[in-house]
Ligand binder design. Structure first.
Ligand SMILES: [Zn+2]
Length: 192
């Protein structure tokens, strides 16, 4: 889940808790500051902590070779001040392609950050309704047919329209036999 935490993170966490599903949250520094209780809760409930930078502004985040690492460091400190955890897991805004340059990747690596893209885009950011559920199911079906060996990392967002249909999505994924796990620092990252 990207772009959180938010004013509705608690509802999102309630759904995950009811299903005993753990997720990975790539969070923005200002949002962490504004919703500290939600960050503490999601950490305590076993979800994975990740960073999404500070500005979410494509021109500022990717401005120069140092800007991505600077934003991640700043967000890292804010998250650590709330949770005590210095996470190395990051997702860059809009994904690494086509924006993240070679120099920016090197600087992130040199500073210990591990960036993750995704393999399935739920398009919840575009639909803003229940349609993203079918989108995920359709993409998964294609995935199983064409490249079943690849890890399935589903991009979703901490937003009300996603939370509203999350119960439906998880129920249908479980019915198809899927289980869920968080990203961790020892996994080979999915990078486009
Ligand atoms: Zn984002």
């Amino acid at each position: 889940f990207d772009d959180g935490p938010s004013a509705t993170s608690n509802q999102l966490l309630n759904v995950l808790k009811a299903h005993q599903v753990k997720a990975t949250f790539f969070m923005l520094g200002p949002q962490i500051q504004a919703h500290q209780a939600a960050v503490k809760r999601l950490y305590q409930e076993g979800h994975q902590l990740g960073l999404h930078g500070m500005t979410h502004d494509i021109n500022r985040f990717y401005q120069n070779s140092e800007s991505p690492v600077n934003e991640m460091r700043e967000a890292q400190l804010i998250l650590a001040s709330v949770t005590g955890v210095y996470t190395r897991l990051v997702r860059t805004p809009y994904g690494s392609v086509p924006n993240l340059t070679y120099d920016q990747k090197v600087r992130l690596n040199q500073n210990g950050f591990i960036y993750w893209d995704w393999t399935i885009d739920s398009l919840d950011w575009r639909y803003k309704n229940s349609q993203y559920v079918q989108e995920v199911l359709n993409q998964l079906q294609m995935f199983e047919k064409n490249k079943p060996w690849e890890p399935k990392v589903i991009l979703m967002h901490d937003q009300p329209s996603t939370t509203n249909y999350l119960d439906s999505l998880i129920t249908q994924l479980k019915a198809r036999g899927y289980t869920f796990a968080v990203i961790n620092e020892t996994m080979p990252p999915v990078q486009h």
